[in-house]
Structure formats: structure tokens, C-alpha cells
Design a protein. Structure first.
Length: 82
């Protein structure tokens, strides 16, 4: 059974809930005032960097794939003759 101390703690927690919610929303409002949106120029610049990076990684992985597949093909060809 719940003791009087436990019940008092629950009641206190429930009574403080509205104040905690109000404090949370005030904190959220304060932080949202600090948020800035990027400019069009910044968005274009980061998009360009992302696209270039994607193509560079694609080229790199294509070369690695080509090297591995050629190596495996030569190894299988070598072992199939012997």
C-alpha cells in the first residue's frame, strides 16, 4: 500500500505539472527566437557542395568496385586454369 509520503509526493508532482509545462513552453519560445533561417545563397552553396561530394564519392566507389571486380575475375580465371 502507498504510504502518506508517497501520496504526498504524487500530489506535489501533479500540482507542479502546469508550472513545469509553462516553464517548458517559455524556454521553447526563448530558444526559437534564437533560430535563424539560412539565406538563399547559403542554401545554394551547401546544395552545390553536397552534389559535388555525392559525385566524388560515386566516382571513388565506382573505381573501388572496378578494381575489386577485376581482381576477383583475374583470380577466378587463374584458379580455374590450374
Amino acid at each position: 500500500m502507498a504510504t502518506a509520503v508517497e501520496q504526498n509526493a504524487v500530489v506535489t508532482s501533479l500540482r507542479s505539472w502546469p508550472e513545469r509545462i509553462k516553464s517548458f513552453y517559455n524556454d521553447v519560445r526563448t530558444e526559437m527566437k534564437k533560430v535563424t533561417s539560412p539565406t538563399r545563397k547559403e542554401v545554394q552553396a551547401t546544395t552545390t557542395v553536397v552534389i559535388i561530394t555525392v559525385f566524388l564519392f560515386a566516382f571513388y566507389f565506382w573505381l573501388v568496385d572496378l578494381a575489386i571486380s577485376n581482381s576477383l575475375e583475374r583470380m577466378l580465371h587463374y584458379f580455374s586454369r590450374h
